[in-house]
Ligand binder design. Structure first.
Ligand code: ZN
Length: 314
């Protein structure tokens, strides 16, 4: 079986205003690099579809969803006091981005692909229940997790966030929920300010959030050590039935927004760790959802390495 790549040219319609790091060229750079480096025996190319609002509203307040729609239709250009730009088309593209993550779940759960990577924007992991932030409108990976649970009756889903920023929105969505285990590797202290090791969940969800704050300048051995000593034991106990990756590539050494030192190859190795665990725990059911990554060349190269692991190219 192949790896599914979920994409849509309309991702480029989400216009963030010219000088914004989260720009339309990002998804095109990844798609072009994947087309160049893989053949049709390796990848299934699948066009994304807009998420039904009922699924988006599993994670976000209905009033918030309507507020985003109205802001876009009104022609507002900024949400979240400044860093989350929108245009008239952004509401529809955000639905498409969430729908891409859901379609990636379908590809894997229906046995159409061995795993899947949704190459869509805007990203999602900073978006909270009623708050756009950090370039994110809807929390795509959180919507996909709820969709996997409800559409396919999965009891336990794990989300592993490798974006250099803490996935505050995803953490908040499942903080008191023991059915979704959230792991985040991130630079700390750093934007958005959350993600301390002592944030471990609350109520019934206590012990189902695992934060791996890493100091600026961290390299792959620090990720590997945390994986082996903390993440792998915790996920082994949890026994997920599907694993979602919040795949940000902004921990790359060439990324302009952060200070970590992962190289292209490290993204292959990191994906291998997760994929090997998915093979052991849940038959390889693995869905990756694009988050950040702001140096176009580094984003494209690291994404190629990520997909080399997903489709078993050495
Ligand atoms: Zn990021």
């Amino acid at each position: 079986m192949k790896t599914a790549i979920i994409h849509h040219p309309d991702c480029a319609l989400h216009d963030t205003g010219g000088y914004h790091p989260e720009r339309p060229e990002r998804t095109k750079a990844v798609v072009d690099a994947l087309r160049e480096n893989f053949n049709d025996d390796q990848l299934n190319w699948v066009l994304a579809d807009k998420a039904a609002l009922s699924w988006v509203e599993q994670v976000h307040d209905g009033a918030y969803v309507r507020q985003i729609e109205e802001a876009c239709l009104r022609g507002d250009d900024v949400l979240d006091r400044g860093d989350t730009q929108v245009c008239m088309e952004s509401f529809d593209v955000a639905r498409l981005s969430a729908g891409g993550a859901m379609l990636a779940v379908d590809q894997v759960m229906q046995g159409k692909a061995k795993n899947a990577f949704s190459v869509m924007r805007p990203p999602g992991h900073h978006a909270e229940r009623a708050q756009a932030m950090g370039f994110c409108l809807f929390n795509n990976v959180a919507v996909a997790a709820r969709y996997a649970q409800q559409q396919y009756d999965l009891k336990r889903v794990a989300i592993i966030d490798i974006d250099v920023h803490h996935g505050n929105g995803t953490q908040a969505a499942f903080y008191d929920d023991p059915s979704v285990y959230f792991v985040s590797f991130h630079q700390y202290p750093f934007y958005p300010g959350t993600g301390m090791a002592r944030e471990k969940g609350a109520g019934e969800g206590l012990g189902y959030t695992l934060n791996i704050p890493l100091v600026a300048g961290a390299e792959y051995p620090e990720y590997l050590l945390a994986w082996e000593t903390e993440v792998l034991p915790a996920l082994t106990d949890f026994k997920p039935e599907m694993i979602l990756i919040s795949a940000g590539f902004d921990a790359h050494i060439d990324d302009p927004l952060a200070n970590m030192k992962l190289n292209d190859r490290d993204f292959y190795e990191l994906t291998e760790l997760i994929k090997d665990f998915a093979m052991q725990s849940c038959g390889g059911r693995l869905v990756s959802v694009l988050e950040g990554g702001y140096n176009l060349e580094a984003l494209a190269r690291a994404s190629v390495r990520h997909v080399q692991s997903l489709c078993d190219v050495k």
